[in-house]
Unconditional design. Sequence first.
Length: 501
Amino acid sequence: MKSPPRLKGALIFKLEIGNWKNKYMKPVVIIGAGPSGLAAAYELAINSVPVVLIERLGQVGGLSRTIRNNGAHFDVGPHRFFTQNAEIHQLWEDILKENLLSVPRLTRIFYKNKFFYYPLAPMNAFFGVGPVSAAAIVTSYLSTRLSQRISPNEPKNFEEWVVNQFGRKLFETFFKTYTEKVWGIPCTQIGADWAGQRIKGLSLWTAVMNSIFKSKQKNIKTLVDEFVFPRGGAGFFYEGLASVVEDKGGKILLNRYAEGFRHEDSRIKSVILRNESGEREEIEGDAFLVSSPLSDGISGLTPEPPTEVTEAAKGLRYRSHLGVDMQVEGNPFPDNWIYVHSSDVKLARIANYRNFSQEMAGSDSTTPITVEYFCFPGDSVWERKDDELIDLARTELKHMKILQPDQVHSWFIVRNEKAYPVIEIGYESKIQILKSYIARFKNFQPIGRSGMFKYNNMDHAIMTGLLAARNYMGSKFDIWSVNIDAEYHESAEVPQKNHSQ
């Protein structure tokens, strides 16, 4: 296929940074100023590597950004800062210093008009579901464990994985409805590996023992009852990273959308951008680290990839996120966030930012909360107008007896397309095709959750950015091996660095 003509006035940033051996070399171009992109930019900038960071929004942080409104701070849903990796924790401390808070965790499940502690507390769950249902849950669990001992089977999907761990009755009570709300597909269509990532090591027995004896070893993230958090919101940390990048001479370009990449032979040559006015510009780079959706990066390549590759990219799906952000009277509930498992409301989760940090409230009399919906563009919730969405959220909160509609003082809507990779059965073969094709480019690395199509945690996204930056500087890390358990990057293979400035 014939390549389109080059854009006139293609940009080559000539950055004079520190003692870099070639002051006029092309920069490393990073797409997306979320956790992985900012971490990569930070690592390069503190090592005097010229870097340009491209972000389609008007602020940094991606899905971890913090939005200020009427004096209150709203994150894009709840973000818990927790990691088993000492280097990542040290980075949080270096950037945030005294603004890194220790926060007690309280999260509950709302199910059949009752609240259940999560992780489950035996007595709370027993009295909540009632003795008959509690007995059915225990019987189902014991029957499943016995069956697994007699004839063990390898789970083929999320439903089978959870049933094997908890029994069918508990799966149907506390997993099925919420999971299908979030992903928009039946649990039988979700890959078993996603369950293994998110709740690996947790069983009904583990949860019960932890609730009784309160083990000090918090190795299972689901059971963690305390986490750290930036005083001003999750985005406060990422704004700190951005500040360091700019102080070191890096460039951050906001309100630019990456339309595609121009490649030649085995190298990416440039990225084509569109700004707010619709004008297009082209930036040449020495290397490209990309945290925007993997499918977008593939489909935007010029010349086009082979049909097999483009079809694999089209086969990947992302779930979108819609947040109804409100300032409400008083403090309506004590939780950091609530998982909503009831099928009679569409909302899936509610976050309360006053319970993360008092400073986020901005007022003694009101509380910032986010009511979260998960959608595919085109479905009934996504297509509603903003005023229809606030009416829906108010109605559902009233139905749940969380608050009354007249307690809402102000509100706004935040829409995030392609927020979460959908880990549905069969995605692995598509990813393998894309990885094999990407491997031919010597200067292109996908990073982060969307860029790598891996539903991992924030700390793991950060690590992919750090390792990708180190690869550019001469290391040879396989960032695809950075997994949900942090096993790879906690090994001796990854050098521990002091990030203090």
